[in-house]
Design a protein around this ligand. Structure first.
Ligand SMILES: *[C@@H]1O[C@H](CO)[C@@H](O)[C@H](O)[C@H]1NC(C)=O
Ligand SMILES: *[C@@H]1O[C@H](CO)[C@@H](O)[C@H](O)[C@H]1NC(C)=O
Ligand SMILES: *[C@@H]1O[C@H](CO)[C@@H](O)[C@H](O)[C@H]1NC(C)=O
Ligand SMILES: *[C@@H]1O[C@H](CO)[C@@H](O)[C@H](O)[C@H]1NC(C)=O
Ligand SMILES: *[C@@H]1O[C@H](CO)[C@@H](O)[C@H](O)[C@H]1NC(C)=O
Ligand SMILES: *[C@@H]1O[C@H](CO)[C@@H](O)[C@H](O)[C@H]1NC(C)=O
Ligand SMILES: *[C@@H]1O[C@H](CO)[C@@H](O)[C@H](O)[C@H]1NC(C)=O
Ligand SMILES: [Cu+2]
Length: 391
């Protein structure tokens, strides 16, 4: 259980910005983002103060920036992830022969549902809950007792390879892959839309440092973006296909898509849930892939750049907690209308056409976690199924 720290934002607001590399616009955006977080935080505290449910100021969990975790706290989190990667799976081999660990249960679920959870009305809530059920497994099956961390993208835009998440130390989520020659840029195609072009990084090979050097990717690839306009896929991504874990860290991608200004603009210039979720994922044809794509593609490699298999990269959860944090900020700037706001259908860009997502829509996590979840219970982070906020 994480200690409650009501004064943290008041204190942080008084500290000078340590990020000398920022230009004037981004520095102003950094202050603005602090203010927005403070507003969302205060809003949550107000709601919790008057709550007579089970989620209260005393019981709420606070999710935190990986940068502020101590060495011991980082190691406890990493050990819990390694524990899931060495625990037996629940998915039957007859359903997904490639699932070899409890961690793989989560990857397989994401692979299986990819086209029903991206560019859909469920995108934000499905992933919010996916991270939460994963976090429950870390606690209940691997004894994790700490706070849950997020990757604060904007503060890593100077040099991803030197960030606390990716610096390759034993308190990171492993670093870059070894350098392999790249054949040009990354060209992402989406049907008839104009392609998105991204720069390659300096790695691309197997990860050589940090806690996940010996981690084996068992599932996929399903839609792995490679330099040039090539995509790698096997016939059945749920089959067993063991290979090394690769990264191609690309600072330029996170800098151009998830800097302070990009995050502030996403939150403040998209009042409608449809616009917010589309800009976050990248409006097809706009040439950009939003903060969501920015995080995924800046990790690079296999499975980080694979829309289906991406939870196989242990940094997936850090990235998606930050996605959820941005959503939480956005919701709490106008809770009366935004906490229950939903827009979209049950299929990728509504192709094939499907029913609108509503508060009664049910979602599930396959063999990773039993049972059905109803959207209504998942919209607020401090009511229904959840009891957490961010700082
Ligand atoms: C949030 O509350 C703190 C402590 O009361 C206060 O200092 C701060 O200005 C508030 N933030 C905003 C954005 O109102
Ligand atoms: C407190 O609980 C009662 C009964 O469950 C409910 O009617 C009331 O709206 C709740 N008050 C608040 C502030 O949530
Ligand atoms: C990876 O495996 C090698 C060889 O078994 C071992 O020496 C090393 O300690 C392992 N590293 C980690 C981080 O588990
Ligand atoms: C790459 O994309 C271009 C334009 O979309 C296409 O003409 C070309 O055939 C593609 N090359 C490969 C190797 O797929
Ligand atoms: C910051 O993000 C915005 C929006 O994605 C982008 O237009 C701008 O070029 C980025 N700034 C830098 C310094 O890359
Ligand atoms: C589905 O949502 C769209 C867009 O909000 C709306 O125009 C349409 O009426 C909805 N359809 C149904 C059946 O509710
Ligand atoms: C994939 O989804 C289908 C349909 O819901 C389900 O029957 C199957 O068991 C799922 N497979 C995995 C690996 O979760
Ligand atoms: Cu996803």
């Amino acid at each position: 259980m994480v200690g409650f720290k009501p004064l943290v934002w008041g204190l942080l607001a008084c500290q000078p910005l340590a990020q000398a590399y920022l230009n004037a616009e981004d520095a102003a955006s950094a202050s603005e983002l602090s203010r927005l977080v403070s507003q969302a935080y205060n809003q949550s505290i107000d709601s919790l103060s008057s709550s007579n449910g089970s989620c209260t100021l005393e019981t709420v969990h606070v999710r935190r920036n990986w940068d502020v975790f101590s060495t011991a706290e980082k190691k406890e989190y990493i050990d819990a992830v390694l524990c899931l990667q060495s625990t037996s799976p629940k998915t039957p081999a007859s359903v997904a022969p490639g699932v070899k660990t409890r961690y793989d249960d989560f990857v397989a679920t994401h692979i299986n549902q990819t086209l029903e959870i991206h560019y859909t009305g469920t995108f934000l809530i499905w992933h919010r809950t996916f991270v939460w059920v994963f976090d429950q497994a870390l606690r209940e099956e691997c004894g994790y007792s700490g706070a849950f961390p997020y990757w604060d993208w904007p503060s890593t835009t100077e040099n991803l390879e030197k960030s606390s998440v990716f610096d390759g130390s034993d308190t990171s989520l492993s670093g870059n892959g070894w350098h392999i020659p790249h054949e040009g840029e990354i060209v992402l195609s989406l049907g008839d839309y104009a392609p998105v072009i991204l720069p390659p990084g300096n790695g691309g090979g197997c990860v050589v440092s940090g806690p996940f050097v010996n981690y084996t990717i068992n599932l996929g690839p399903a839609a792995l973006a490679l330099p040039g306009n090539r995509t790698l896929a096997v016939a059945n991504p749920l089959d067993y296909n063991p290979r090394c874990f690769r990264r191609d860290l690309t600072t330029e991608i996170i800098r151009s898509l998830a800097n302070y200004t990009a995050v502030v603009d996403l939150i403040t210039q998209n009042d409608d849930i449809w616009d917010f979720e589309m800009v976050m994922q990248g409006v097809p044809g706009s040439g950009v892939i939003g903060v969501h794509g920015g995080g995924h593609y800046s990790m690079g490699g296999d499975p980080g750049r694979d829309l289906y298999v991406s939870p196989g990269d242990p940094a997936f959860w850090h990235h998606h907690r930050m996605i959820d944090r941005v959503y939480w900020i956005w919701q709490n700037l106008d809770p009366a209308t935004r906490i229950t706001a939903i827009s979209g259908t049950g299929t990728f860009l509504n192709d094939p056409v499907s029913a609108n997502t509503t508060l009664d829509t049910e979602i599930n996590y396959g063999y990773a976690v039993p049972g059905q979840f109803v959207m209504r219970d998942l919209m607020s982070t401090i009511e229904g199924k959840f009891c957490y906020i961010y700082e």
